[in-house]
Design a protein around this ligand. Structure first.
Ligand code: MF3
Ligand code: CO
Ligand code: CO
Length: 295
Protein backbone atom coordinates (compact mmCIF):
# COMPACT_ATOMS: atom_id res chain seq x y z
CA UNK A 1 0.00 0.00 0.00
CA UNK A 2 2.75 2.47 0.90
CA UNK A 3 5.91 2.54 -1.08
CA UNK A 4 9.36 4.06 -1.18
CA UNK A 5 10.34 7.61 -0.20
CA UNK A 6 7.37 8.05 2.11
CA UNK A 7 5.23 9.07 -0.87
CA UNK A 8 1.61 8.10 -0.52
CA UNK A 9 0.42 5.43 -2.91
CA UNK A 10 -3.04 4.64 -1.67
CA UNK A 11 -6.01 3.63 -3.80
CA UNK A 12 -9.11 5.85 -3.54
CA UNK A 13 -11.00 2.97 -1.95
CA UNK A 14 -8.21 1.80 0.37
CA UNK A 15 -8.41 2.57 4.09
CA UNK A 16 -7.09 6.05 4.76
CA UNK A 17 -3.53 5.94 6.07
CA UNK A 18 -4.47 8.34 8.86
CA UNK A 19 -6.24 5.44 10.59
CA UNK A 20 -9.72 7.01 10.61
CA UNK A 21 -11.28 3.81 9.29
CA UNK A 22 -12.78 5.73 6.36
CA UNK A 23 -11.92 5.17 2.73
CA UNK A 24 -9.04 7.32 1.54
CA UNK A 25 -11.33 9.19 -0.90
CA UNK A 26 -13.75 10.02 1.95
CA UNK A 27 -10.96 11.21 4.21
CA UNK A 28 -7.52 12.69 3.59
CA UNK A 29 -7.52 12.43 -0.23
CA UNK A 30 -9.75 15.46 -0.62
CA UNK A 31 -8.26 17.43 2.24
CA UNK A 32 -6.05 20.40 1.70
CA UNK A 33 -3.91 19.91 4.79
CA UNK A 34 -1.11 22.39 4.15
CA UNK A 35 2.15 20.53 3.64
CA UNK A 36 0.64 17.09 4.20
CA UNK A 37 1.94 15.75 0.94
CA UNK A 38 4.06 12.98 2.32
CA UNK A 39 3.25 10.20 4.71
CA UNK A 40 5.84 11.63 7.09
CA UNK A 41 4.07 14.98 7.26
CA UNK A 42 0.63 13.39 7.41
CA UNK A 43 1.56 11.15 10.35
CA UNK A 44 3.13 14.03 12.22
CA UNK A 45 0.15 16.32 11.68
CA UNK A 46 -2.49 13.70 12.46
CA UNK A 47 -0.82 11.69 15.22
CA UNK A 48 2.37 13.53 16.25
CA UNK A 49 4.21 10.39 15.14
CA UNK A 50 7.69 11.02 13.75
CA UNK A 51 8.48 8.43 11.09
CA UNK A 52 12.14 7.45 10.92
CA UNK A 53 14.42 7.56 7.88
CA UNK A 54 17.42 5.37 7.01
CA UNK A 55 19.93 7.39 9.02
CA UNK A 56 17.70 7.44 12.10
CA UNK A 57 17.07 3.70 11.87
CA UNK A 58 20.81 3.02 11.70
CA UNK A 59 21.27 5.15 14.82
CA UNK A 60 18.52 3.36 16.76
CA UNK A 61 19.86 -0.02 15.59
CA UNK A 62 23.28 0.87 17.02
CA UNK A 63 21.73 1.95 20.32
CA UNK A 64 19.74 -1.31 20.27
CA UNK A 65 22.90 -3.38 19.86
CA UNK A 66 24.33 -1.77 22.98
CA UNK A 67 21.11 -2.41 24.92
CA UNK A 68 21.27 -6.09 23.96
CA UNK A 69 24.96 -6.36 24.92
CA UNK A 70 24.07 -4.79 28.28
CA UNK A 71 21.23 -7.28 28.83
CA UNK A 72 23.66 -10.10 28.01
CA UNK A 73 26.11 -8.74 30.58
CA UNK A 74 23.40 -8.69 33.25
CA UNK A 75 22.27 -12.19 32.30
CA UNK A 76 25.83 -13.46 32.74
CA UNK A 77 26.24 -11.81 36.16
CA UNK A 78 22.85 -12.11 37.85
CA UNK A 79 22.86 -14.63 40.71
CA UNK A 80 21.27 -15.33 44.09
CA UNK A 81 22.59 -12.97 46.76
CA UNK A 82 23.07 -10.04 44.40
CA UNK A 83 21.63 -6.64 45.42
CA UNK A 84 19.58 -4.96 42.69
CA UNK A 85 21.85 -1.93 43.07
CA UNK A 86 24.74 -4.08 41.78
CA UNK A 87 22.76 -4.57 38.56
CA UNK A 88 22.40 -0.79 38.36
CA UNK A 89 26.17 -0.35 38.68
CA UNK A 90 26.83 -2.95 35.96
CA UNK A 91 24.39 -1.27 33.55
CA UNK A 92 25.52 2.25 34.35
CA UNK A 93 29.24 1.60 33.93
CA UNK A 94 28.89 -0.53 30.79
CA UNK A 95 26.65 2.07 29.15
CA UNK A 96 29.04 4.97 29.89
CA UNK A 97 32.07 2.92 28.84
CA UNK A 98 30.41 2.46 25.45
CA UNK A 99 29.86 6.17 24.91
CA UNK A 100 26.15 6.13 25.72
CA UNK A 101 23.86 7.56 28.40
CA UNK A 102 21.43 5.50 30.52
CA UNK A 103 18.08 7.13 29.68
CA UNK A 104 16.32 6.37 32.99
CA UNK A 105 18.81 8.33 35.13
CA UNK A 106 17.02 11.54 36.21
CA UNK A 107 14.20 10.88 33.74
CA UNK A 108 11.23 12.63 35.39
CA UNK A 109 13.14 12.26 38.63
CA UNK A 110 13.92 8.53 38.37
CA UNK A 111 17.02 8.14 40.58
CA UNK A 112 18.85 5.21 38.90
CA UNK A 113 20.14 4.07 35.50
CA UNK A 114 17.96 0.99 34.96
CA UNK A 115 14.64 -0.43 36.14
CA UNK A 116 14.90 -3.71 38.06
CA UNK A 117 11.55 -5.29 38.86
CA UNK A 118 11.38 -8.58 40.78
CA UNK A 119 8.45 -10.96 41.28
CA UNK A 120 5.35 -8.89 42.26
CA UNK A 121 6.95 -5.69 40.93
CA UNK A 122 5.37 -4.95 37.56
CA UNK A 123 7.81 -2.25 36.39
CA UNK A 124 9.85 0.82 37.38
CA UNK A 125 11.55 -0.98 40.27
CA UNK A 126 14.30 1.26 41.69
CA UNK A 127 17.57 -0.61 42.20
CA UNK A 128 18.62 -0.63 45.84
CA UNK A 129 19.17 -2.97 48.77
CA UNK A 130 16.72 -5.67 47.67
CA UNK A 131 18.55 -8.96 47.27
CA UNK A 132 17.77 -11.32 44.43
CA UNK A 133 17.19 -14.89 45.63
CA UNK A 134 16.90 -18.34 44.08
CA UNK A 135 13.53 -18.75 42.37
CA UNK A 136 13.06 -15.02 41.68
CA UNK A 137 12.02 -13.62 38.32
CA UNK A 138 13.70 -10.29 37.68
CA UNK A 139 12.87 -7.90 34.85
CA UNK A 140 15.76 -5.68 33.80
CA UNK A 141 14.62 -2.82 31.54
CA UNK A 142 17.41 -0.98 29.74
CA UNK A 143 17.19 2.16 27.62
CA UNK A 144 20.40 3.64 26.19
CA UNK A 145 20.95 6.88 24.32
CA UNK A 146 23.75 6.49 21.79
CA UNK A 147 24.64 9.45 19.55
CA UNK A 148 21.25 10.95 20.38
CA UNK A 149 19.23 7.83 19.50
CA UNK A 150 17.17 5.83 22.03
CA UNK A 151 16.57 2.07 22.09
CA UNK A 152 14.53 0.32 24.79
CA UNK A 153 14.38 -3.39 25.64
CA UNK A 154 13.83 -5.62 28.64
CA UNK A 155 13.92 -9.26 29.65
CA UNK A 156 12.74 -11.15 32.69
CA UNK A 157 15.61 -13.25 34.02
CA UNK A 158 15.11 -16.46 35.96
CA UNK A 159 17.30 -16.80 39.03
CA UNK A 160 18.17 -20.44 39.65
CA UNK A 161 15.34 -22.96 39.61
CA UNK A 162 11.82 -21.52 39.35
CA UNK A 163 8.56 -22.71 40.88
CA UNK A 164 5.64 -23.61 38.61
CA UNK A 165 3.93 -20.20 38.93
CA UNK A 166 7.09 -18.27 38.07
CA UNK A 167 7.78 -20.56 35.11
CA UNK A 168 4.28 -20.02 33.82
CA UNK A 169 4.22 -16.21 34.00
CA UNK A 170 7.61 -15.90 32.30
CA UNK A 171 6.51 -18.23 29.52
CA UNK A 172 3.20 -16.38 29.00
CA UNK A 173 4.82 -12.91 29.03
CA UNK A 174 7.45 -13.98 26.50
CA UNK A 175 4.78 -15.48 24.25
CA UNK A 176 2.72 -12.28 24.53
CA UNK A 177 5.61 -10.24 23.14
CA UNK A 178 6.21 -12.78 20.37
CA UNK A 179 2.54 -12.84 19.35
CA UNK A 180 2.27 -9.05 19.52
CA UNK A 181 5.24 -8.77 17.18
CA UNK A 182 3.52 -10.96 14.56
CA UNK A 183 0.95 -8.17 14.18
CA UNK A 184 3.53 -5.52 13.33
CA UNK A 185 3.17 -4.93 9.61
CA UNK A 186 1.91 -2.11 7.37
CA UNK A 187 -1.87 -2.07 7.10
CA UNK A 188 -2.46 -3.55 10.56
CA UNK A 189 -3.41 -1.25 13.43
CA UNK A 190 -2.12 -0.60 16.94
CA UNK A 191 -5.30 -2.31 18.20
CA UNK A 192 -4.39 -5.55 16.42
CA UNK A 193 -1.26 -5.80 18.58
CA UNK A 194 -3.12 -5.27 21.85
CA UNK A 195 -6.00 -7.55 20.92
CA UNK A 196 -3.64 -10.41 20.09
CA UNK A 197 -1.73 -10.04 23.36
CA UNK A 198 -4.82 -9.69 25.53
CA UNK A 199 -6.58 -12.64 23.92
CA UNK A 200 -3.63 -14.93 24.55
CA UNK A 201 -2.84 -13.70 28.08
CA UNK A 202 -6.42 -13.96 29.29
CA UNK A 203 -6.81 -17.33 27.59
CA UNK A 204 -3.96 -18.52 29.81
CA UNK A 205 -5.78 -17.23 32.91
CA UNK A 206 -3.40 -14.27 33.26
CA UNK A 207 -4.09 -10.52 33.03
CA UNK A 208 -2.74 -7.51 31.15
CA UNK A 209 -1.63 -4.35 32.94
CA UNK A 210 -3.47 -1.28 31.61
CA UNK A 211 -1.60 1.64 33.17
CA UNK A 212 1.64 1.19 31.23
CA UNK A 213 1.86 0.83 27.47
CA UNK A 214 4.37 0.53 24.64
CA UNK A 215 5.45 3.76 22.99
CA UNK A 216 7.14 5.39 20.05
CA UNK A 217 10.89 5.63 20.64
CA UNK A 218 14.07 6.74 18.89
CA UNK A 219 14.37 10.53 18.98
CA UNK A 220 13.10 10.57 22.57
CA UNK A 221 12.47 8.05 25.37
CA UNK A 222 8.69 8.16 24.99
CA UNK A 223 7.07 9.44 21.78
CA UNK A 224 3.62 8.96 20.26
CA UNK A 225 1.95 6.60 19.61
CA UNK A 226 0.93 4.75 22.75
CA UNK A 227 0.78 0.99 22.22
CA UNK A 228 -1.65 -0.66 24.66
CA UNK A 229 -1.28 -4.39 25.25
CA UNK A 230 -5.06 -4.81 25.23
CA UNK A 231 -7.71 -3.58 22.84
CA UNK A 232 -9.73 -4.37 19.79
CA UNK A 233 -8.81 -5.58 16.33
CA UNK A 234 -8.75 -2.81 13.76
CA UNK A 235 -8.72 0.03 16.30
CA UNK A 236 -6.21 2.85 16.49
CA UNK A 237 -3.52 4.18 14.21
CA UNK A 238 -2.69 2.24 11.06
CA UNK A 239 0.92 1.03 10.95
CA UNK A 240 3.16 2.35 8.19
CA UNK A 241 6.79 1.76 7.28
CA UNK A 242 9.15 3.98 9.27
CA UNK A 243 7.26 3.81 12.55
CA UNK A 244 9.46 2.76 15.49
CA UNK A 245 7.81 1.77 18.75
CA UNK A 246 8.11 -0.69 21.62
CA UNK A 247 5.90 -3.62 22.48
CA UNK A 248 6.35 -4.43 26.17
CA UNK A 249 3.44 -6.35 27.68
CA UNK A 250 3.34 -6.54 31.48
CA UNK A 251 1.46 -9.73 32.36
CA UNK A 252 0.21 -10.66 35.83
CA UNK A 253 -0.46 -14.15 37.13
CA UNK A 254 -3.42 -12.78 39.13
CA UNK A 255 -5.52 -9.67 38.63
CA UNK A 256 -4.55 -6.73 36.42
CA UNK A 257 -4.72 -4.07 39.16
CA UNK A 258 -1.64 -2.34 40.51
CA UNK A 259 -0.55 0.10 43.16
CA UNK A 260 2.41 2.46 43.29
CA UNK A 261 4.72 2.38 46.32
CA UNK A 262 5.68 5.39 48.50
CA UNK A 263 8.74 5.97 46.33
CA UNK A 264 6.28 7.16 43.62
CA UNK A 265 7.78 4.75 41.01
CA UNK A 266 7.61 1.07 41.95
CA UNK A 267 4.46 -0.49 40.47
CA UNK A 268 3.39 -3.72 42.19
CA UNK A 269 0.47 -6.05 41.62
CA UNK A 270 -2.42 -5.18 43.96
CA UNK A 271 -2.91 -8.87 44.79
CA UNK A 272 0.88 -9.49 45.21
CA UNK A 273 0.82 -12.03 42.35
CA UNK A 274 3.83 -12.49 40.09
CA UNK A 275 4.30 -10.23 37.04
CA UNK A 276 6.64 -10.60 34.06
CA UNK A 277 7.57 -8.50 31.04
CA UNK A 278 9.60 -8.62 27.84
CA UNK A 279 10.17 -5.60 25.59
CA UNK A 280 11.67 -4.90 22.17
CA UNK A 281 12.04 -1.82 19.97
CA UNK A 282 10.45 -2.53 16.58
CA UNK A 283 10.63 -0.86 13.18
CA UNK A 284 7.70 -1.23 10.78
CA UNK A 285 9.14 -2.17 7.37
CA UNK A 286 7.52 -2.36 3.91
CA UNK A 287 6.71 -6.03 4.45
CA UNK A 288 6.53 -6.54 8.21
CA UNK A 289 8.92 -5.50 10.95
CA UNK A 290 12.52 -5.50 11.97
CA UNK A 291 13.47 -5.67 15.63
CA UNK A 292 16.09 -3.05 16.45
CA UNK A 293 16.72 -4.95 19.71
CA UNK A 294 16.38 -8.55 18.49
CA UNK A 295 16.52 -11.39 21.01
N1 MF3 B 1 12.03 1.63 30.16
C1 MF3 B 1 10.67 1.93 30.57
C2 MF3 B 1 9.82 1.70 29.33
O1 MF3 B 1 9.89 0.64 28.81
C3 MF3 B 1 10.51 3.30 31.10
C4 MF3 B 1 11.23 3.54 32.35
S1 MF3 B 1 10.99 5.16 32.85
C5 MF3 B 1 12.02 5.28 34.17
O2 MF3 B 1 9.16 2.55 28.82
F1 MF3 B 1 12.07 6.50 34.49
F2 MF3 B 1 11.55 4.51 35.14
F3 MF3 B 1 13.21 4.84 33.81
CO1 CO C 1 9.54 1.08 26.79
CO1 CO D 1 11.79 -0.22 28.68
Amino acid sequence: MFLKNNKIKVGRNDPCPCGSGLKYKKCCLGKKVPGANSLKELYFQKHKIRLKGEKDIEGIRNAGRLVLDTLDLVEAKIRPGMRTDEINTLVHEFTIKNGAIPAPLNYKGFPKSVCVSANEVICHGIPGERVVVEGDIVNVDITSVLKGYYADASKTFCVGTLGADAKKIVRVARECLRLGMTQVQPGNTIGDIGWTIQTYAEGQGCSVVREFVGHGVGFEFHEPPQVPHYGRKGQGVRLVAGMVFTVEPMINLGKKDLRILEDKWTAVTADASLSAQFEQTLLVTEDGFESLTPF
